[in-house]
Ligand binder design. Sequence first.
Ligand code: 4AD
Ligand code: MG
Length: 457
Amino acid sequence: MTRIVELLRQQPLGSVVEAQGWLRTRRDSGSLAFLELNDGSCLANLQILAEEGLANYESEVKKLSTGCALRVRGQLVASPAKGQPVEVRADCIEVLGWADPATYPLQKKRHSFEFLRSIAHLRPRTNALGAVARIRSALSFAIHRFFHEQGFIQVQTPVITTSDCEGAGEMFTVTTLSPEQMRGHNPFSADFFGQRAGLTVSGQLQAEIFALSHGRVYTFGPTFRAENSNTSRHLAEFWMLEPEMAFCDLRGDMAMAETMIKALLASVLAECAEDLVLFEQHVAKGLIDRLTQARDQPFVHLTYSEAVAELQRAGRDFSFPVQWGADLQAEHERYLCEEVARAPVIVTNYPAAIKPFYMRLDDDGRTVAAMDILVAGIGELVGGSQREERLEVLAARMSAAGLDLEQYGWYLDLRRFGSVPHAGFGLGFDRLVQFVTGMQNIRDVIPFPRTPGSAPC
Ligand code: 4AD
Ligand code: MG
């Protein structure tokens, strides 16, 4: 059995082929029926020509509707129709699964992405969500290939952890305690792990352990944040890619992130051309130019202080005021890359007060060796930094952040024993898929979005 993508690519004209998939449309014309079959392997459908001589023509073929699952055998022939090189003249059409047209929610017309979210179990069968799934897969594979070629090793960091990397208290608690047991004093001492545990907000701290034994490592997996952010770029469960490099400073960190993003864009532009055209035509005009430019042109560098000055000069009525010391909001980030740089922007040296404890304090004592990469349409795509490798400075920052130094003793040990300059970053994978597809809402680029109040399937 061959997948439709292969049939269309290889076009072994005259040979008998077999294809399976789900019916997109049926069109009758005299004694013929034209069936459009899609199996998810590519955007294009395979056209099947069903003639009235087929044994089940009247009894089944004429009753086929969108969503039915079929197995088709027939001869692959050149197609006289425009826009498709080949079609299959069917010898046999077997109906594997019917889909009642009265209740099947996907019809030929275009559905809104909001509606499709309500049918997470069927939306992968649409053009747009089908293409998103292929692009996600291609990007994921390209990530592993890139890091493999760069000599990184992949480390599987834990999903369940007792460390709150970002120190923002946004961890989901993992517990086996009943609501009654939760009420007592220090209930977690009797819990499964003997202490409070949660779902990871970042694999960075554990990745640092392996960077300080293997030099170049990365972790790529699901990440969880119980932040009540109902925006088009936040999920409660998202995928994050986190490389971590020993013997590396902020400059090396930024260079690696930019090289990697360019390599990923090059992969997806080369391998997913047909799917990208769909997004260019129906979702985001100018998308392919934007991706090509980001692949080919250097990113623009600004310090946080320069970015603030630029925003203050803008004469814009931002919803959030701009002042030195306040975090940049999505509207500011987008202004910087969409209006000022017209390219991805790397903002560095943020105020220490608005960044986590692990970032390396700059010599001015006010800022840290942080870098965020901002892109059009989204804002922050990457957050990274050089890590604080000096034991005393780190311990002081952790105390100031209210962390229990005993609990994080292992993290301090990494600075006690063979500490070296090191750096890393986190790339929000779903935001990358948003950037690559131009999709407006992050819920439409992940198979199963989890957001406040919503976790279907
Ligand atoms: O900037 P963040 O919080 O950085 C970290 O977690 C670091 N520990 C990473 C590191 O240095 N190893 O998150 C990194 C990226 C963001 O830039 C954003 O793209 C994405 O993760 N991200 C989210 N994506 C979707 N939904 C959310 N709620 C996200 N929060 C962060
Ligand atoms: Mg960040």
